[in-house]
Ligand binder design. Structure first.
Ligand code: MRU
Length: 358
């Protein structure tokens, strides 16, 4: 997608260095950062310089490439894989990508290991671009239907950033939006600010602006009244882990939007690549939900009067905080899952129809 009219992916590999866009500085500063060691990759994932389920998966895959460049040593590689998986436990794409890499590398001799690791990391990255593009084409059909009936601007509400910045290109929830816009459908996006880290305001609105798509940032509590007033035609959100039952784990606050959507008959879609589906567990209680640093709530970052990035405390100094990063939306509130293979019901039956080898 475009930044200053120049096309970018969110991650690339050049001269044995992994390049990322440091998302903790957006929207105010566009900084490309070098990752030279596996430790750099782990820190970039932990500190959310890269974030979003598909992107952290690809960063972890390239983290293993960096581990091999550092040391061709099996126990170092295994330790690297464990540390990468532990960096952010909720989004399943991270473990999925590391497991896929380790399976591919198992038994490979040291002359071949770097070449094979590089090929597999690139395959995971390119596959994600394709998945997201197809999610867009499948979701486009839903938007086209709404546009046909409405004959006016289609208002779409989204939560957090499930945009190209959360993936490699296109995004998950935003891909149908980009495809619809490119087809000339009139679109407007309600962007949930998404406290505490404001990925909606800082990242989704930023990337939609760069592509010229009309959007409005709203406080996280505003979606309900907009739905009551008929100002939301559909919701599309992403996912960090979707179970085979169709239950969706996504950024904190997603569940409340789904409840409001149900109450107001607003279609609520979840867009996700198959790498986000966890086929191994059935009970949402088994999903590890990240509880993150309290300062994400108590402090906020922005530009000060001298145009410099600054973090300030916004809560009473002695107040306690609780910072759960994700919640669960039960399948019964999800109108459909938009995947690279098509749109299906959020249920075991629905998913099995699309992914019959699972
Ligand atoms: O904590 P983050 O910013 O990594 O969380 C990402 C999300 O929750 C996104 O909304 C998303 O839907 C998953 S990534 C496509």
């Amino acid at each position: 997608m475009l930044i200053n009219r120049k096309p970018y992916r969110t991650i690339w590999f050049e001269n044995n260095i992994v390049k990322i866009i440091n998302q903790t500085k957006l929207p105010h500063q566009f900084i490309i950062k070098d990752l030279k060691t596996v430790k750099d990759s782990i820190n970039a994932i932990k500190n959310m310089e890269v974030r979003g389920a598909p992107l952290i998966g690809v960063t972890a895959a390239y983290g293993l490439v960096l581990s091999i460049i550092e040391k061709k040593d099996q126990s170092f590689l295994v330790k690297s894989s464990e540390d990468l998986i532990a960096a952010r436990p909720t989004a399943i794409n991270l473990k999925w990508a590391v497991d896929r890499m380790m399976k591919k590398l198992s038994g490979v001799n040291s002359n071949e290991i770097l070449r094979i690791a590089l090929e597999e990391a690139k395959a995971i990255m390119d596959e994600d671009v394709n998945f997201c593009k197809n999610i867009g084409l499948n979701g486009l059909k839903i938007i086209e239907e709404i546009a046909k009936k409405k004959k006016d601007t289609v208002n779409i509400l989204t939560h957090c950033n499930a945009g190209w910045l959360a993936t490699i290109d296109w995004g998950t929830a935003t891909s149908p939006i980009y495809h619809a816009y490119q087809k000339g459908i009139k679109i407007h996006v309600w962007v949930d600010e998404t406290r505490p880290r404001n990925q909606g305001a800082n990242l989704t609105s930023y990337e939609l602006n760069e592509e010229g798509i009309p959007n409005t940032i709203i406080a996280d509590n505003t979606g309900g009244i907009l739905m009551q007033r008929g100002q939301v035609d559909m919701c599309i959100v992403g996912s960090d882990r979707t179970l085979s039952t169709g239950d969706v784990c996504n950024k904190i606050g997603t569940y409340l939007k789904a409840l409001a959507a149900k109450d107001n008959n607003v279609p609520f879609y979840v867009a996700l690549p198959s790498s986000t589906i966890d086929w191994s567990i059935k009970n949402v209680k088994d999903i590890p939900i990240e509880e993150r640093d309290p300062t994400e709530l108590s402090h906020i970052q922005g530009l000060n009067e001298d145009n410099k990035l600054q973090k300030i405390l916004i809560y009473p100094q002695r107040s306690k905080t609780m910072n759960l990063a994700f919640d669960i939306t039960p399948a019964k509130y999800v109108t459909g899952l938009i995947t690279e293979k098509g749109v299906c019901e959020a249920s075991e039956k629905g998913l099995k129809k699309l992914f019959d080898n699972k």
